[in-house]
Design a protein around this ligand. Sequence first.
Ligand code: ADP
Ligand code: ZN
Length: 299
Amino acid sequence: MSPLFGAIEAGGTKFVCAVGTHPDDIRAQVRIDTDTPEVTLSEVCSFFEDAATEHGALAAIGVGCFGPVDLEQTSPTYGYITSTPKPGWANIDIVGHLIEAFGLPVGFDTDVNAAALGEARWGAGVGLHSLLYLTVGTGIGGGAIADGRILHGRMHPEMGHIPIPHDRDQDPYEGCCPYHGDCLEGLASGPALRHRWGIAANQLPPEHDAWALEAMYLGTALATFILTLSPQRIILGGGVMEQRQLFARVRHETARALEGYLRLPELHDEGLDAYITAPGLGQNAGISGALALAESAVA
Ligand code: ADP
Ligand code: ZN
């Protein structure tokens, strides 16, 4: 019998928790609004206690978490959310809390790394050894799979905060990143769209000028990621990418930024349609990835 795992997609707005053996075999799932850590984590624990009573003992718990987080196993703050601007959530020991409550192995990584892993296991990246998952939502973040594993370094990549060429004559908006102003996230996140145009990103019509500029920033960033990581596929998720017309524009801008330098069929014409794609798991990439993290905690 396949072991039963707990999975947590921990976000600044909501925590999605699930229990199951596989993304196609989710036995219970809940959405919990992100409140204070005390309130939220106690609801999370109650959900898993009830689910274990109903469906059986869990073998491990996986967490894909908003961050920044500490992923260094030897660090005294391993498993913590470290420096988030989210009030009350900085220096919160997520892994320690779960180990104390359940005494189970806990697989822990960033939300985008989890989504990248989920897509590699069960989604648009099946059969590939490397991919990039980029979310464009309230923030922008990237997770990479390299040689079949989540790419870690000193901590985890922070791809949303790369500098981006910014022509202030064309786009006078100063950017909304509290650290950098006009980094990628500062120029192209959902909040940046709202601040620049005065309309919520999901209310901007498909023919609005916003999307040409958005595609240019995202295409420029993707060219940088292709040149540095050489992923076999790029998966774009997050609320802003619900604008499906953006995909064609981003593909075009990515190819334009690369100027024909890389002679790969994926980067030309129809090859690009498969190369830059939506998540195969749709909205479930994150929670599926958390399940995969639980699985790898006992593998
Ligand atoms: P989060 O990043 O908070 O986890 P999302 O990925 O859903 O959540 O991103 C939320 C952001 O995406 C918001 O800024 C919102 O305006 C924007 N967004 C959500 N839906 C759409 C849409 N259909 N079109 C454009 N932007 C959207
Ligand atoms: Zn930034």
